[in-house]
Design a protein around this ligand. Structure first.
Ligand code: FAD
Length: 397
């Protein structure tokens, strides 16, 4: 069994397979994950989704992270989500399902928001809010390393600097043509390679073939390239998302988890600073990694945060980065059997960290036993698009 891609999802799948005695090999062009979404995200974990399968996978992942909380830096301080008139009714409508599936959540008035977080002192435009105390923030890098360490201990292997350039899924096996570079890529070399289709530039290395009984495509935003190699329909688009680190000496948000404003800006305490993100709705798809820097902060982040909190007046930009969302048509992940001998787990549409554990376990069960057991991810199979049984979610963090 070979897993293509060892981000947080591929690493979790590798752990799940190793737990079931399957000794997988996970290959990745850059195990350090410099461009992977798993290294670029905001670390949010929540289960306040609209669809049963998404709530269940997130709930199960949260419960797992509770068990290993110190190892993975899980801060279970909740999500406080502020809504305007247009969106509050939608949020409230989904509370019964979230509660039914065991996820605690309460609705708040604007005055209760201010009592809970006094720093939120400008309440204009807030129709209501939700607070979900079991949600929180995680260190995604520690979680990925946790999956890898456990996978390695149980016999999995990880192959670095290796790019899968061709795939042939036959009747009895899958053949993978791989290119392995002699040296780690420079940052620029990696960007050139991961923004084009293929190995991109002439570098020293070797080409070799791997043969597997079956494969898992867990290539994140690059899964479309694997689908093309397999002549399978691609449903995924990469979309740039930016976050920044800002400094504010006046306010300490350490007692709160994630806060999402009516304007769409989201933020949380991050070390001595604040991490803040915003996703412009008109961002064009593509493999874009350029971070817009100070203008992103000045145009998108600061005005929204100051409009909500007086204490954010002197917010200062420190740094930031851009990474990719891997977005499916209904904004839910694609998990399951893609073709004979080809499994897939990708397109988590901004939910890959918070679903990684349960998605990995679900797929490992499907591969090892031919059916789902503890977690049923069948609603996320690619067939849903043909059947017109989409699993619609809002696109957010
Ligand atoms: C700004 C931002 C904020 C986000 N915030 C959150 C959040 O708060 N919570 C949350 O749950 N999610 C969040 N996400 C989404 C989350 O980061 C992703 O859903 C998740 O990391 C996807 O993990 P993955 O393993 O599928 O993909 P990746 O981490 O991208 O890993 C894919 C790996 O596959 C490798 N690869 C691909 N193709 C090949 C090939 N042909 N050969 C070899 N290797 C290959 C790549 O090198 C890469 O390492 C955010 C994303 C961004 C960009």
């Amino acid at each position: 069994m070979i897993v293509i891609g060892a981000g947080i999802v591929g690493s979790s799948v590798a752990m799940g397979l190793a737990e079931r005695g399957l000794k997988p090999l996970a290959v990745d062009i850059d195990l350090s994950g410099r461009l992977s979404s798993s290294e670029k995200n905001a670390g949010g974990m929540r289960a306040t989704w609209w669809q049963r399968v998404n709530i269940e996978l997130c709930r199960a992942s949260i419960e797992y992270c509770q068990r290993v909380r110190d190892e993975v830096g899980f801060r279970q301080q909740g999500y406080l989500w502020l809504y305007d008139d247009a969106t509050f009714a939608q949020a409230v409508e989904h509370i019964p399902l979230q509660r039914e599936l065991g996820h605690p959540i309460e609705a708040l008035t604007p005055a209760e928001v201010n009592r809970r977080v006094p720093e939120i002192d400008k309440l204009d435009g807030i129709a209501g809010a939700t607070f979900s105390p079991a949600d929180g923030l995680i260190n995604p890098n520690l979680l990925k390393e946790h999956y890898r360490a456990r996978a390695l201990k149980l016999g999995a292997q990880f192959l670095d600097r290796t790019y899968v350039v061709a795939l042939d899924a036959g009747a009895s096996e899958v053949r993978l043509q791989c290119w392995q570079s002699d040296e780690p890529h420079t940052d620029e070399g990696l960007v050139r390679m991961m923004t084009q289709d293929g190995s991109g530039e002439a570098e020293t290395g070797r080409v070799f073939e791997l043969v597997a009984d079956s494969i898992v495509v867990a290539g994140g935003a690059w899964s479309p390239a694997a689908m093309k190699l397999l002549n399978l329909r691609n449903w995924t688009q990469p979309i740039r998302r930016q976050v920044c680190i800002v400094d504010n000496r006046v306010t300490n948000l350490a007692n709160y988890g994630m806060i999402v404003d009516t304007s769409g800006v989201y933020f949380h305490h991050e070390g001595a600073h604040i991490l803040a993100g915003y996703s412009p709705p008109d961002e064009p798809p593509g493999y874009h990694f350029n971070y817009d820097g100070e203008p992103f902060f000045l145009n998108e982040i600061w005005p929204r945060m100051f409009a909500r909190m007086t204490s954010m007046e002197r917010l200062r930009h420190i740094t930031g980065w851009a990474g990719l969302y891997e977005v499916s048509p209904d904004r839910s992940a694609i998990v399951g059997l893609a073709a004979p001998r080809v499994y897939e787990a990708h397109s988590f549409s901004g939910r890959g960290v918070m679903q990684s554990y349960a998605a990995g376990q679900a797929l490992a069960d499907l591969i090892a036993n031919g059916k789902y057991s503890a977690f049923d991810a069948s609603a996320l199979s690619r067939d849903r698009f043909a059947r017109n049984e989409q699993v619609w979610e809002e696109l957010h963090i």
